[in-house]
Design a protein around this ligand. Structure first.
Ligand code: FES
Length: 235
């Protein structure tokens, strides 16, 4: 099949304004968006710029806006979209070039919730591991699936309006540790969430949940973190 791929372009060294490039490409229905991007770059315009690494939905680097919705370029097949495809960079983050956005503010928000185990407990007798029951592990299983692609945060209308809002991905990261029975750093994970740009800016738009390529129940996780904060950080 022939696919028309329209890509929003930006290169501050060539043009201070954005423009559109259109590529007509031969494709198979089972090809991915990423395959089309690679083909467009290899065969038509070597300056076309996009991010990707693993190619298998693990690293989170290839999230883009596909026909108006955030998707992973390496997990989205042409047959899901038809023959006319429009690609734009993620919204709410500064565009560096073409489909590449500046991820620094996103990762700064992620780091601000201290996304690592904080446990004051000494290691148990054998000094090797802190045991956890399967039920305790399942309590935060969903939020471990995050690949930090930013699809949720950049689908959030609150974030579009105010890029200092911490965003859903950082709250999911806080959830992952807040509900871990081995962690005792709840106050530290959630300190930043009480700020004016923290969790209470969420308006429950559900766009984050719709956008998540890992199907994490993001809105539910946010609600659970809000509840824990209201209860005084109890799980
Ligand atoms: S390239 Fe790694 S998630 Fe798409």
């Amino acid at each position: 099949m022939l696919v028309t791929l329209k890509v929003k372009r930006f290169d501050p060294e060539r043009n201070p304004s954005t423009w559109w490039s259109t590529f007509t490409l031969e494709a198979e229905p089972a090809d991915r968006i990423l395959d089309l991007l690679i083909r467009a770059k290899d065969e038509h315009d070597g300056s076309l710029t996009f991010r990707r690494s693993c190619g298998h939905g693990i690293c989170g680097s290839c999230a883009v806006r596909v026909n108006g919705a955030n998707r992973l370029a390496c997990k989205t097949l042409i047959r899901e979209l038809g023959s006319r495809i429009t690609l734009e960079p993620l919204l709410g983050l500064r565009v560096e070039k073409d489909l590449v956005v500046d991820m620094d503010p996103f990762f700064a928000a992620f780091r601000s919730v201290k996304p690592y185990l904080i446990s004051g407990d000494p290691l148990p007798g054998d000094g090797r591991e802190r045991l956890q029951s399967p039920a305790e592990r399942m309590r935060f299983d969903d939020s471990t699936k995050c690949i930090l692609c930013a699809a949720c945060t950049t689908a959030c209308p609150v974030f579009w309006a105010d890029d200092t809002y911490i965003g859903p991905a950082a709250i999911v990261a806080a959830h992952r540790f807040l509900f871990d029975s081995r962690d005792h750093g709840g106050a530290e994970h959630t300190a930043v969430l009480a700020d004016a740009e923290g969790i209470w800016r969420c308006r429950t738009a559900f766009q984050c949940t719709t956008a998540c390529p890992r199907e994490i129940k993001v809105t539910k996780a946010i609600a659970e973190v809000k509840g824990a904060i209201l209860r005084g950080i109890s799980r």
